[in-house]
Design a binder for this molecule. Sequence first.
Ligand SMILES: Nc1ncnc2c1ncn2[C@@H]1O[C@H](COP(=O)(O)OP(=O)(O)OP(=O)(O)O)[C@@H](O)[C@H]1O
Ligand SMILES: [Mg+2]
Length: 433
Amino acid sequence: MQINEKQRLAYNYLRDDDYTYLVYGGGGGGGKSWLGCEWLMQCCYYLPGTRWFIGRNNIKDCRESVLVTWRLVANYYGFTGYKISNDSIRFDNGSEVILLDLTFYPKKDPLYERFGSKEFTGGWIEEAGEVHFLAFEVLRSRIGRYNNVRYGLRPKMLITCNPKKNWLYKEIYKPFAKGKLQKPYCFVRALPNDNPFLPPDYIETLKGIKDKATRERLLYGNWDYEDDPSALCSFDAISDVFTNTAPSSTRKAISADLAMQGRDRFIAGSWRGLRCTVKIDKDKATGRSIETDLAQLMKTDGVGRSQTVADSDGLGAYLESYLTGIKTFHGGSKPFDSTYSSLKDECAYKLAEAINNRWLQIICTKEQEQVIMEELQLLMADNVDNDKGKKRIVSKERMKQIIQRSPDYLDMLIMGMYAEVRPQNAGIRRISC
Ligand SMILES: Nc1ncnc2c1ncn2[C@@H]1O[C@H](COP(=O)(O)OP(=O)(O)OP(=O)(O)O)[C@@H](O)[C@H]1O
Ligand SMILES: [Mg+2]
C-alpha cells in the first residue's frame, strides 16, 4: 500500500478511538477522494457485514466522480469483490456502502428527516464545503449504529473538503488555526504539494486559475482568502452576529417574511433595538395561520401593529386588511436617503453597517445560524452601473441562483432595518455618529 504522509496521518486519526470526526483536505489534489475510497474499501473488506455511507451534495456527482476514484483504487489493489448498483456498492462479504444524496431540500425535507431511520457503521462526506450543516448534524447521529458493538468499533466520520467560508470554517478550521480544535474533532491539512501521486500537470492547472480567490483556496489551501470584493460584510463579522451583544434599547419591532403559498418559509423576527430573536420559522403556512401567529407574537412580545412590518407581496396586503395598521414593506419604493436605489437597498446597507460594526445580535438555533450565515453572505453590492451610481445590492434572482432557494431570513432581517432607516427614528444613525 502506498500512501502520502498526510494520508498516513489521516489513517492514524481514523484508527484512534479518541477521534470521531476527521476533516481532511483544504486544497485541491491532496488525495481526498483516494483516501475516502480506500478507507471505506478497507473497512468493508476487513469488517464483513458493516454498512457505510458516501454522501455528497448531489447524488449525480457522487456517482460520477466518487465511483471513478473507487474503481481506480480497486484496480490498484486488484480488488473485485464488490458490485456497484444505482445507489450502493455491495461487497461479497455482506458489507455495503450506501451513496447518499445530501442535497438540502428546504421545502420537501428541511430537517433531513429522510436520514432519520438510517443506521450506519460510519461514513464519508465528500466535498463537504457544498454540504449543508444540518446534513452533517443528522448524519452524526446515524453512525455507530450498525455492527459497531460486534466489532468494538467507535463511530467514525471522514469529512473531505476544500476551504470554504461556512460551517467548516467556523466549527473546524478557525479553532484548528488557533490551536483550539478539541477531540473528537481533528483536522489534517492536505495540499497539492503533499501528494506525490498527483499527475504532473495538476499543479500547473491550479496555478493557471484566473480567479485569485479560487487559486488561493485550491493551490495554497488558504481559508482566509479575500472575501468577494462586492461583499458588504466580512465573514468574521457575519460569524459574530450570534455572539454580539446589541446595544440595549427599549424600541420594539417585528419583521416578517411571509410564505407565499408554500413556496418560501414564513419567518418572523422579534426586535429589541438591534437584537433580533427568530420567533417564527415555518414551512407552508396558510394566510389564516400567519395572521394568528403574528397576532400572537405581537401580543406576547408587546409589539404594536405600527411597529410590525411584513413583505408586501400578496399575503402582506391580505394581512393588512386583517391586522389593520401593520406596515407592508414595499422594497422597490423610494428610499429615505436618495443615495440608494430603493428602500430595500437602503435597509440592506443599513443591515450590513450593523453587522460590520458588531451592533447586530441574532438569537436563533444552531441550525438556523448556518442558514443565516449563508444568507448574510449574499449581501453584495451590485456594481452594474445603470442607476446613476446609486447604491444597490444584487438582485433576489441572483441570490436565488447562488443558494438555490429564497433568502427568507435575509429578507426578514432587511425588513427589520425599516425601523432604523425611518427618519423619525434615530436608531443606528445615532449610534454611528
Ligand atoms: N495513495 C495514493 N496512491 C496512488 N495514487 C494516489 C494516492 N492518493 C492520491 N492519488 C492520486 O493523486 C491524484 C489526486 O488524488 P485525489 O483525486 O484523491 O485528490 P483530491 O484531493 O480528491 O483532488 P480534488 O481536489 O481534485 O478533488 C489522483 O490522480 C489520485 O489517483
Ligand atoms: Mg476529489
